[in-house]
Design a protein around this ligand. Structure first.
Ligand code: ZN
Length: 395
């Protein structure tokens, strides 16, 4: 058996005691010793929930470039190659996600940009298509969309994104909000599942969206909702509530248990790892991407580091690294790339080190999670390859 740390050896003496007052302690100690011994001799596939592992089981800042990584949520909306060159230099593959948003080019144009980029960078980039709800109220809508998806899959799409306009903007002929569990989506979702593709759902918004600006927890949300009052639900109490959004998504997932689903932006449950854990328990084919919501995990780490750390250990197979960076003609490419690179480094530091950190979107200081290598590999690559199997072939 492996050598035990000193404190366990001291406590081991108590195991030989027959006194009942040691009974509970005995059980705990025996479990601790077994776990430690197993960790020493078993495969490292199950890291212990907490505790320090030998240094070689953690990555450092120096490993950032050499570790293969995937970012499953970016929006490259022009024929720019500088961002992909940066991703390549930092050892990232990316998933370029189309969106049916009024601020994005038409979905056919987004698709063409992705297809051209894939041609130039076949080992660096994949793309996810999306569905348009522009003709929702037409009889032909379902057929049109299934045809568009089939064509997109033939052109290399590995997934399909649905956006928050479903639930927050789209209305039926009677003026009622259309939610994602509307039966008219079912044949389309079935087609995605049958085609062995992944549905990415940005459904609802962060809970902050239903709060006044001054009550919001992170700076990113304050800035976004100040700039986009049309999506700031606190200002639109007649719209579906936060709970309505989550419930509609839950009902859709319950109808499609075999669908491979990625909840974008931590599944809009960014504010509480406990609430997110409940949904991950309930829907085993659901993973979540962290796009633009890592600050919410950092915010929770300010007050409950241990809980956030343990959540990452427990759900290490269900969390996918992503950032939501945009590439469009409104930006200065060099500045955009510098900011992107700096944020990727901050994320790496948060996940791999236990240093104290301050970041632009979180007011207070917090400590890095220092996740074991194996967990880092899962959140940065392996989980993405599982939920988007075609991305595993991009070597
Ligand atoms: Zn996005």
């Amino acid at each position: 058996m492996a050598t035990l740390p000193a404190e366990i050896i001291i406590e081991q003496k108590m195991i030989n005691s027959t006194s009942p007052k040691y009974l509970n302690i005995k059980i705990i100690i025996v479990a601790a010793i077994s776990a430690f011994a197993c960790f020493q001799s078993c495969s490292p596939s199950k890291p212990p929930l907490t505790g320090n592992l030998p240094a070689q089981l953690y990555y450092t800042a120096d490993d950032y470039k050499s570790v293969e990584k995937i970012n499953t949520h970016v929006h490259i909306r022009m024929d720019d190659t500088t961002f992909l060159n940066l991703a390549a230099a930092d050892n990232f593959r990316v998933l370029n996600v189309s969106v049916n948003s009024p601020s994005a080019p038409p979905i056919e144009k987004q698709r063409n940009i992705s297809v051209r980029l894939i041609k130039s960078y076949p080992t660096r980039i994949s793309y996810a298509t999306t569905i348009s709800v522009k003709n929702w109220n037409s009889e032909a809508w379902q057929q049109e969309m299934i045809y568009f998806l089939k064509e997109s899959f033939d052109m290399g799409a590995v997934g399909v994104k649905v956006w928050k306009n479903i639930g927050m903007d789209l209305r039926d002929k009677n003026g009622k909000f259309v939610m994602i569990d509307d039966p008219r989506f079912d044949p389309i979702i079935d087609f995605i599942e049958k085609s062995n593709k992944t549905l990415i759902g940005h459904l609802g918004e962060p809970r902050n969206c239903w709060l006044p600006i001054e009550k919001m927890t992170v700076q990113g949300d304050k800035d976004y909702f100040k700039a986009h009052p049309q999506y700031h639900m606190y200002l639109h109490p007649e719209y579906p509530s936060y709970e309505d959004q989550l419930n509609a998504k839950d009902r859709m997932l319950a109808k499609h248990p075999n669908l491979r689903f990625v909840g974008a932006h931590l599944g809009s449950l960014e504010w509480s790892v406990d609430e997110l854990a409940k949904r991950l328990d309930r829907f085993p084919n659901m993973a979540v991407d962290m796009a633009e919501r890592i600050s919410h995990l950092q915010y929770q780490a300010v007050t409950d580091w241990q809980k956030v750390h343990d959540f990452f250990i427990k759900y290490q197979d269900r969390l996918i690294y992503a950032t939501d960076q945009r590439v469009d003609s409104t930006q200065i490419p060099s500045q955009r790339n510098t900011e992107a690179h700096e944020s990727w480094l901050r994320h790496w530091k948060f996940f791999t080190s236990d240093e104290k950190m301050k970041v632009p979107k979180v007011e207070k200081e917090f400590k890095g999670l220092k996740l074991p290598r194996e967990v880092v590999d899962k959140i940065y690559r392996k989980n993405a390859e599982k939920w988007f199997p075609e991305m595993a072939k991009l070597h």
